[in-house]
Design a protein around this ligand. Structure first.
Ligand SMILES: [Zn+2]
Length: 90
């Protein structure tokens, strides 16, 4: 098994997805934004931006706080799934 040592010093996020989340600042807060591909979208979710469903197999974004006081695990558990469009205009 190949070993992959990351030398960045950053903790990799628990979500096992390629690329890792990008950091965005919204409304004075920092958020992790992770794109989910069609192949990774295995469940249906409700988008908090528009209140409508995100069907299985639809590419979307997973968003969670990057600056929460409860720590990364709690933030990640509180993650929300957004339509990419809804997050962009939120
Ligand atoms: Zn939406």
């Amino acid at each position: 098994m190949p070993r992959r040592n990351r030398s960045s010093g950053e903790e990799p996020p628990p979500l096992r997805v390629a690329g890792g989340p990008r950091l965005e600042t919204r409304r004075g807060r920092q958020w992790n934004v992770q794109p989910i591909s069609a192949a990774q979208a295995l469940k249906a979710y409700v988008c908090p931006g528009c209140g409508l469903g995100i069907a299985e197999g639809v590419p979307h974004l997973v968003v969670w706080r990057a600056d929460g006081v409860l720590g990364d695990t709690a933030d990640l558990e509180a993650r929300r799934h957004w339509h990419a469009h809804c997050w962009r205009i939120a």
